[in-house]
Design a protein around this ligand. Structure first.
Ligand SMILES: Cc1ncc(COP(=O)(O)O)c(C=O)c1O
Length: 400
């Protein structure tokens, strides 16, 4: 079944405002059904989770359904889906919880390709425990992080390897299953930042070999929160700081305070929307597989149109575009226009393509883009040819 981008776009009220959105890697626009689910929960009787009243049972069902939806999206286990405010918060919490067991002289491995949310929490937890941080470096020419760059740093003291499934700056995708094999052989846990990959590819946390997989629904058409997926048996072995009266069950042990029920309803609706991107029968996981495959095809076509067009414009430099396996994300600069000016002048033309390091600060510095970064154009499920052409027209005007 072909991907019908016009039918998809019809579900996004935000697009009626008229901008061409290439800011999806920072946060996607929201379909009507997700907004309705959030509002619907807020309009319903709702209480803390329980079994006595209808309002309590509704809250409980919402949590159960959201865990199941995320398990379907990631091919994980519902009981291992931890919800939190953001990927950053969940990663800080998990780094601190794991660090309780670290000994001075232990080691953690981070990478220069990563968003700072998968670097700083590990660096700071390591500093607090006298643990050594090792940095796997990517190749700034290709934008690739080789398996060997990580594997060469592993020792029997490595406790955690933290690596991204896809760079939010360059779109390049490290070979996570191969890294997982090496990390596990060294006895380390693998913490995967899946925030940038999840919107673009069918995820199977088992196939990736991720012990932890973190992502953010607001990047895949859902509301603003974070999810951390892990095997419940692994979570049972970890003991975060928590309140005395709060549940010690897994995964509740990791969910501090009351969950945002309305956002969980929105998350379930986002997963259902993704599963329905192309119509068809089957379980939700089967429909997700079919829809994500069609989405990948659509996004690849939009990326090719964009990058072919950019290559024809004199004075445009792209970064990481030769990478072997990539998300539909392009990072570029113009010879004679500063990234911040490109960002502003494109915005004046109704094209939203921000310029920044996007918190991948070490990556930006390593690329020679310093603390300024570059312009990032991300393709999303609602991106169509006219959006791409509008961006190309804008860049041509600025370059010319
Ligand atoms: C690759 C990547 N990791 C982590 C994050 C942080 O996610 P959150 O805002 O949920 O903390 C982002 C957000 O831009 C990201 O792109």
């Amino acid at each position: 079944m072909a991907y019908d981008v016009a039918a998809v776009r019809a579900h996004f009220p935000a697009l009626e405002e008229g901008a061409a959105h290439f800011d999806g890697p920072g946060g996607s626009q929201t379909p009507d059904v997700v907004a309705d689910a959030v509002a619907g929960t807020l309009r319903s009787a709702i209480a803390n989770r329980g079994v006595m009243t209808a309002a309590e049972r509704r809250a409980d069902e919402i949590v159960t359904e959201a865990r199941q939806a995320m398990a379907d999206l990631l091919a994980g286990t519902p009981g291992g889906m931890v919800f939190g405010r953001s990927m950053t918060q969940l990663t800080y919490d998990m780094a601190r919880a794991l660090a309780k067991e670290w000994q001075p002289g232990d080691e953690v491995v981070v990478t220069t390709l990563d968003h700072d949310a998968n670097i700083r929490p590990w660096v700071q937890a390591a500093q607090a425990r006298g643990v050594t941080v090792r940095r796997a470096d990517f190749d700034p020419r290709s934008g690739e992080l080789d398996v060997a760059a990580v594997a060469d740093l592993l020792t029997e003291r490595t406790r955690v390897v933290a690596v991204t499934a896809a760079s939010n700056l360059l779109g390049t995708r490290p070979d996570i299953p191969a890294i997982a094999e090496r990390a596990h052989a060294a006895g380390a846990l693998l913490y995967i930042d899946g925030v940038h990959l999840t919107p673009h590819s069918l995820i199977d946390v088992g196939l990736l070999g991720a012990d932890f997989y973190a992502c953010s629904p607001y990047k895949f058409l859902g509301p603003h929160l974070g999810v951390l997926a892990a095997d419940p048996a692994l979570l049972e072995t970890i003991h975060p700081d928590k309140l005395l009266p709060s549940s010690d069950a897994v995964p509740e042990r990791f969910e501090l305070g009351t969950l945002p029920y309305e956002l969980l309803s929105g998350t379930t609706a986002a997963v259902d929307f993704l599963a329905g991107l192309v119509p068809g029968e089957g379980s939700r996981r089967e429909r997700l597989a079919r829809s994500m495959a069609a989405l990948e095809g659509h996004e690849r076509a939009m990326l090719e149109r964009l990058e072919t067009g950019l290559a024809e414009i004199a004075g445009v430099t792209t970064y990481g575009a030769e990478g072997r396996s990539r998300t539909p994300t392009t990072l570029f600069t113009l010879d004679d226009v500063a990234p911040a000016d490109t960002y502003r002048l494109l915005a004046e033309r109704g094209v939203n393509a921000p310029a920044s390091t996007f918190y991948a600060l070490e990556c930006s510095r390593r690329l020679g883009l310093g603390d300024t970064g570059a312009v990032r154009a991300g393709i999303a499920p609602y991106t169509d040819e006219s959006d791409v052409d509008r961006l190309l027209k804008g860049v041509r005007e600025l370059a010319g």
